[in-house]
Design a binder for this molecule. Structure first.
Ligand code: C2O
Ligand code: CU
Ligand code: CU
Length: 521
C-alpha cells in the first residue's frame, strides 16, 4: 500500500501518456459545452424517471453529548444498495449509506466525528465549507488507514515522503464550527483518488444551524429538504461504472482516456435515487441544492415555471444566508456549490407535477426530479426581505493580489492539470497569507474549473470586466470559473494557522494535480 507516494502520483501521469493523452483537439472541442468532461454511458436499462420516491438521508444522532460538544461515530464501509430497481450495487458509504447520514450541528458548538475505516483503502474526510483547524481539515495525505490492514510500512513510507499525519482504524475529526449557519457537506479527500471514492458514495450533508437563521420565518422541519444532486453511471453487473486505471484504488491513480477532462454520468441521482418524485403540499419548501457531481454542471429550473416567474427564490449559498433573497428562473450549479432556495408550491394547483429540470443536460440528464403537489396546506412561513448582514469586503483593504492560472498542461512531461503551470505537491506552497489580512486572488481558466478554497470563504468581486454574476452573491467557498474566464475573489484569512489546500473541484482535475497549498500564519 504505497499508493500515495510522490512516485505513485507521478506514475499516473506516466500511465496516462501511454494511452490517449488529453490532446488539444479534444479539449478545444469541449470549450463550447456546458461541462468539461466526457459522458460515460450506463450499460444496463435505466428506470423511468419520476417513479421512485425521494429519499432524505437520516439525521445522525450523536453517540453522546456534553456541555460543549456533540460526539458522532461513523463507520466507512462497503454495502449493497438498490439504486436501480432490482439491481444490486455495491457502494462505499458513511455508515454504509449513500448519501451518508446528515449531521446537524449548532454554530459554535464543537462537533467531533469519529470515523472508523472498514474500507479496503485509506480514506481522508473533509468537511467542505468548514472553518476547521488544519490537522482536522482532511489534508489529502492525512490518511486514515483501514482498520485491519498491515499498514505500518505504508504509514511509515507516506509519512517519510509526504509529511502526512497518518492514523489507522479510527480518527477523531474535531470541528469547532465557529461559523454561520450553512449547508456544508463532507466527502472523501484522499490524494489522487478523491474522484473515484466520492463516485462510489463517500459524501454526505453536514448542516450548521444558528439563532439568526432560526429567528427567520423560513420553511423548516420536513419542509427543509437537502437535495444532493449527483450523476453516476452503472456497469452491466450493476456496479457503479468509473474509468479508474486501477479499480482497487490502491496503486495507480487516474482515469483512462477520454475521461481525463472529467467523468460525466448519464443517471441523475438525488439523494442516491435516480430521478425521484416527491409529494409536496402547496406551501413553501426550502431546498438545499448541492451539486455533488464529479464534473457535471447543472442549470436547474422549474418546469413549468410558476406564473410570474422567479420560482427559485435563493436565500443562501455555500457560506450561508444571503443579505437579501434573490428570485431566479434558473440557477447554475458547478460541482461542490450549494444554493439554498425557497420554492412556493402554493403557486401551483393541487395535482400539478413540477419538474426540476437541468437546462444544461440532454437526454437522460435533462431532468433531475419531480415534485407532485399532492395536497393543500397551511403555511405560516415567508421569505423576509432582509435575511442577514453581509459586510462587503473592500478591494482597497487587500494587502496583496495573487494570480492563479488553472489550465490543462504539462505535468512532468505528461498531460494533466496545473495551477500556475505546476502540478500539486504537498511541499509546493502557492501562497502564504498572513492571518488577519485580506487578499484578492485573480483566478484565470482555460476550461470549466470549479475552484474551491478551504478555510477562507470569499466574496466574488468581478468576472472579467463585469461585476459578479447572478449566482455569485453572498459568501462562497467554490467559484464556478468558466472557460477562458478571469475572476477576482476577496477574502480575509483568519481562524487557524497552518497548511491548507485550494483546488479545482472537478474531481478528475483535482486527482490529476490541479491543487495547491496555502499556509496561513
Ligand atoms: Cu469539497 Cu477540498 O473539497
Ligand atoms: Cu473544502
Ligand atoms: Cu478543473
Amino acid at each position: 500500500m504505497t499508493s500515495v507516494t510522490r512516485r505513485g502520483f507521478l506514475g499516473i501521469l506516466a500511465g496516462a501518456a501511454t494511452g490517449t493523452a488529453i490532446g488539444v483537439p479534444l479539449l478545444s472541442g469541449l470549450r463550447g459545452s456546458t461541462s468539461t468532461g466526457t459522458v460515460l454511458r450506463s450499460q444496463l436499462p435505466l428506470p423511468q424517471p419520476f417513479t421512485l420516491p425521494l429519499a432524505v438521508p437520516p439525521v445522525l444522532a450523536p453517540a453522546r453529548t456534553d456541555e460543549t460538544t456533540d460526539y458522532y461515530e461513523i463507520t466507512q464501509r462497503a454495502a449493497a444498495a438498490e439504486i436501480l430497481p432490482g439491481v444490486r450495487t455495491t457502494i462505499w458509504g458513511y455508515n454504509g449509506t449513500f448519501p451518508g447520514p446528515t449531521i446537524v450541528s449548532r454554530s459554535g458548538r464543537r462537533t467531533v466525528v469519529t470515523h472508523h475505516n472498514e474500507l479496503p483503502v485509506p480514506v481522508v474526510v473533509h468537511l467542505h465549507g468548514g472553518r476547521t483547524p488544519p490537522e482536522h481539515d482532511g489534508y489529502p495525505t492525512d490518511l486514515l488507514l483501514p482498520a485491519g490492514a498491515d499498514a505500518a510500512a505504508a504509514a511509515h513510507h507516506d509519512h517519510h515522503h509526504l509529511g502526512g499525519n497518518v492514523a489507522q482504524g479510527r480518527r477523531d475529526y474535531v470541528y469547532p464550527l465557529q461559523q454561520r449557519a450553512a449547508t456544508l457537506w463532507y466527502h472523501d479527500h484522499r490524494m489522487d483518488f478523491t474522484g473515484a471514492s466520492v463516485w462510489r458514495g463517500l459524501a454526505g450533508f453536514h448542516l450548521v444551524r444558528d439563532a439568526e437563521e432560526e429567528a427567520l420565518p423560513l420553511p423548516r422541519g420536513d419542509r427543509d429538504l437537502p437535495l444532493m444532486i449527483a450523476d453516476r453511471s452503472f456497469a452491466a453487473d450493476g456496479s457503479l461504472r468509473y474509468p479508474s486505471l486501477d479499480p482497487t484504488l490502491l496503486t495507480t491513480p487516474g482515469v483512462s482516456e477520454p475521461y481525463g477532462a472529467g467523468v460525466l454520468g448519464d443517471v441523475i441521482l438525488v439523494n442516491g435515487v435516480p430521478w425521484p418524485v416527491a409529494e409536496v403540499s402547496a406551501v413553501r419548501y426550502r431546498l438545499r441544492l448541492l451539486n455533488a457531481s464529479n464534473a457535471r454542471r447543472y442549470r436547474v429550473a422549474l418546469d413549468p415555471p410558476p406564473a410570474g416567474g422567479n420560482g427559485l427564490v435563493q436565500i443562501g449559498t455555500d457560506g450561508g444566508l444571503l443579505a437579501r433573497p434573490m428570485g431566479h428562473d434558473a440557477i447554475e450549479l458547478a460541482p461542490a456549490q450549494r444554493y439554498d432556495v425557497v420554492v412556493d408550491f402554493g403557486r401551483y394547483r393541487v395535482g400539478q407535477d413540477v419538474t426540476l429540470v437541468n437546462q444544461f443536460g440532454d437526454g437522460t440528464t435533462a431532468q433531475i426530479m419531480r415534485f407532485r403537489v399532492a395536497r393543500g396546506g397551511s403555511d405560516d412561513t415567508s421569505v423576509p426581505d432582509r435575511l442577514s448582514e453581509i459586510a462587503p469586503l473592500d478591494r482597497a483593504s487587500a494587502v496583496v493580489t495573487r494570480t492563479m492560472r488553472f489550465r490543462h498542461g504539462d505535468v512532468n512531461g505528461m498531460s494533466g492539470w496545473t495551477i500556475n503551470d505546476q502540478p500539486f505537491s504537498p511541499d509546493l506552497i502557492n501562497a502564504r497569507p498572513r492571518l488577519g489580512t485580506t487578499e484578492v486572488w485573480r483566478l484565470v481558466s482555460d476550461f470549466h474549473h470549479p475552484i474551491h478554497r478551504h478555510l477562507a470563504h470569499c466574496q466574488i468581486l468581478s468576472r472579467g470586466i463585469n461585476g459578479p454574476g447572478p449566482y455569485d452573491h453572498g459568501w462562497k467557498d467554490t467559484l464556478d470559473l468558466r472557460p477562458a474566464e478571469e475572476a477576482a475573489i476577496i477574502a480575509r484569512f483568519d481562524g487557524y494557522a497552518g497548511r491548507y489546500i485550494f483546488h479545482c473541484h472537478n474531481l478528475e482535475h483535482e486527482d490529476m494535480a490541479m491543487m495547491g497549498n496555502f499556509v496561513t500564519g
